[in-house]
Ligand binder design. Structure first.
Ligand code: TXA
Ligand code: MG
Length: 327
């Protein structure tokens, strides 16, 4: 495969990215949350290639991205609740899981054998321009190798998947920085499978109390959201949570104050702003991982972050990054 093209998110770049997608190639692109690894959702072979490029297990389904709610819902069995959520939060970082219609043309592999499909309408201008230009839904997991942290810049995408995908559409750093919230609407009550860029509080203010999904689990069996694997979003160094002091040769992921004695420090937000911290999270972990390796540090210590608002998604990602590695 030729080297991965880096495309500017202007008219020319978007047209090139759309042409590649239409031809069945894989293209990384920025959304407001994280970079996605896009494929034409209607093309079985392109969707299969996404799993191969990421090394993603085939039991873990993909999110399909649409230009608007009516395009998404034309493929799904919807409900008044789904429409209310879409009206309130789309375009934006909320993914809804709904039953596929029998006529749904999206590759079955995107659903990984489930009879449901996860859909969202992204808010970023570049992502919407690409969706409009290509004229069909784009299946896109986060543009990282399976088990690694989601990329929030085009450089991260190239580090993860350079040489394995046709192009990356560079729209700059992702403003939200954590993935979308995934809400399962297929049961009698909505279940939050993954906390993310749309806060639980905002969802509950609209539709009332929601159940939280399965806690971090170790295996793939019995999962409603197979992406809920314990070790996920992981840096290469071990991560220690809720650090209140540095122990040994550690790098520090700071929130608010800093702890003395760290070999390297990355500040998520000096003012304890959770929006800023979410936007910095994955870049911070990547930066510390690289610096700690070159300095010979043995671990990353993460200071506690409150579990409210975007802090819920931040804590979820930190807990997964700290979970025992399954190899
Ligand atoms: O913000 C995001 O959601 C980004 C951008 C690119 O849109 N995408 C993303 O995709 O994070 P991915 O594949 O890394 O995470 C999708 C999550 C996984 O946990 C997956 O298991 C879950 O959504 N999921 C996808 N389809 C599902 C389905 N039909 N039922 C239950 N969970 C599903
Ligand atoms: Mg992912």
């Amino acid at each position: 495969m030729p080297p991965t093209e880096r495309l500017e998110a202007d008219g020319t770049g978007v047209a090139r990215a759309a042409a590649l997608l239409a031809a069945g190639a894989l293209v990384g692109f920025g959304t407001e949350t994280v970079y996605g690894l896009g494929a034409d959702a209607l093309n079985d072979r392109a969707v299969a290639a996404v799993f191969a490029a990421k090394g993603r297990p085939r039991f873990n389904p993909l999110i399909c991205h649409y230009t608007d709610a009516s395009a998404a819902f034309a493929h799904l069995e919807t409900s008044p609740l789904a429409h209310r959520l879409a009206d309130a939060f789309w375009p934006g970082p909320l993914t809804l899981v709904l039953p596929r219609r029998s006529t749904c043309p999206v590759a079955l592999l995107a659903s990984a054998g489930l009879d449901t499909l996860a859909v969202r309408v992204p808010a970023s201008k570049a992502a919407l321009a690409l969706l409009n230009e290509v004229g069909r839904p784009i299946a896109a997991p986060s543009a990282n190798r399976s088990g690694a942290m989601s990329p929030t810049t085009a450089a991260h995408v190239l580090a993860e998947l350079g040489g394995r995908i046709a192009a990356v559409l560079d729209s700059g750093a992702c403003p939200v920085g954590v993935e979308s919230s995934v809400l399962d609407l297929t049961g009698s009550r909505p279940v939050l499978l993954r906390p993310g860029g749309t806060t639980r509080e905002a969802i509950e203010a609209l539709i009332g109390p929601i159940q939280a999904g399965p806690a971090v689990v170790a295996g793939a069996e019995a999962l409603r959201s197979p992406g809920q694997l314990a070790s996920h979003y992981a840096p290469s160094l071990p991560l220690r949570l809720d650090a209140v002091a540095i122990e040994g040769t550690e790098a520090l992921l700071a929130f608010g104050g800093v702890l003395p004695g760290a070999g390297a420090t990355f500040q998520l937000s000096a003012t304890r702003d959770l929006t800023e911290a979410a936007a910095n999270l994955f870049a911070g972990l990547r930066t510390l991982d690289a610096r700690a390796a070159s300095l010979g540090l043995s671990r990353i210590a993460a200071m506690p972050v409150p579990p409210t608002g975007l802090g819920l998604a931040i804590n979820d990602r930190l807990h997964r990054a700290a979970a025992p590695r399954g190899g």
